[in-house]
Design a binder for this molecule. Structure first.
Ligand code: ZN
Ligand code: ZN
Length: 327
């Protein structure tokens, strides 16, 4: 399921009315979204009432009509470090703490934890010049131990926070990708170009319901997707790849200088883009799998398998997904 759980409207520092977010989500084929207004920051407050529940309420019916699942959320905006946190699946947001002095950081996040929200750390590398802003601080570890931190934004908009992918893998946190969109989606992303779309989280939910999304988020079954790039835990990225790409039985064979070569069709039945580079075996060196397309793969006869790195899919900051095709 295509999900974006980090967006803003004029009810915090976004530039659009909530309806626009709902219509964009429908137009882009999202399955689920959340409006996550800053609790502490309301630059339009002279014109738009400060009400932490209001933007969500305004598009509840429209989202239902559009068949987009609207998950209630907010952005808890603390000083950096520790930075910003998104909480989704929240309850009433009216009692959240607006004062962002650091002494209240813990209490501010705990408001969401007390409501059994799903909480993730936003854009960890967004202010690299501030000491401690891109480090796994004790504050974060304490939140994690209290079951008050469940994921990290590995990709926020156009920012890829590589260290966050390793933290998610090593600490059992969920990989998130979000747009953090403030302007029109069509302003920030040139959607007339191929492979360009808002950054989002692909959630492997069992059913298309909020409960199933929550179950998958809690279980960590996600992959972050930003234009051509994928990032996630190995198991999830591999499952996603295998659900999209299929190697067909060999349809042709030829012999040249005593070497027999078999030809296969490799099919990509998804919206995703994949680049493959051979890592073991004798066969086609590089394959680009465009969305909804097939390519030819050739392999010397007599081999059991070929292995490839998927060079646009990260499973750690320094590691691509490696897949193997049985021949
Ligand atoms: Zn933020
Ligand atoms: Zn934000």
């Amino acid at each position: 399921m295509k999900c974006d759980f980090h967006t803003h409207t004029v009810f915090s520092d976004g530039l659009v009315w909530p309806n626009i977010r709902a219509q964009e989500a429908w137009e882009e084929g999202l399955d689920a979204m959340a409006l996550t207004e800053h609790i502490e920051y309301h630059p339009h407050k002279d014109y738009v009432e400060v009400n932490h529940n209001r933007s969500h309420e305004l598009i509840e019916n429209l989202s239902k009509r559009n068949n987009v699942l609207l998950i209630k959320g907010t952005e808890i905006t603390r000083q950096t470090p520790p930075g910003h946190f998104n909480a989704i699946f929240i309850g009433d947001a009216s009692s959240y703490i607006e004062d962002n002095v650091s002494e209240k950081d813990w209490k501010a996040v705990m408001k969401a934890a007390d409501q059994n929200a799903f909480i993730f750390w936003n854009h960890p590398g967004w202010k690299p010049n501030i000491e401690g802003s891109y480090e796994w601080l004790p504050f974060l570890e304490d939140l994690r131990k209290k079951n008050a931190l469940h994921g990290i934004e590995v990709i926020n908009g156009f920012g890829f926070h590589m260290k966050a992918l390793d933290w998610c893998v090593d600490k059992g946190l969920t990989v998130m990708g979000t747009s953090d969109i403030h302007n029109l989606v069509g302003h920030d992303y040139d959607r007339s170009r191929k492979y360009v779309h808002r950054t989002m989280t692909l959630v492997m939910a069992k059913e298309r319901t909020p409960e199933s999304i929550r179950e998958a988020l809690d279980a960590g079954r996600t992959v972050a997707w930003a234009s051509k790039y994928l990032a996630g835990k190995e198991e999830n990225v591999k499952n996603l790849f295998n659900a999209c790409v299929k190697l067909m039985p060999s349809h042709y064979s030829q012999e040249k200088n005593g070497v027999r070569t078999n030809f296969y069709e490799i099919q990509n039945k998804s919206d995703l883009y994949f680049e493959l580079e051979l890592t073991s075996g004798k066969g086609t060196q590089k394959i680009t799998l465009y969305p909804m397309s097939s390519q030819l793969l050739s392999a010397e006869a007599g081999q059991q398998s070929l292995s490839y790195d998927v060079t646009n899919a990260y499973v750690r900051s320094d590691k691509f997904l490696n897949i193997s095709f049985s021949l």
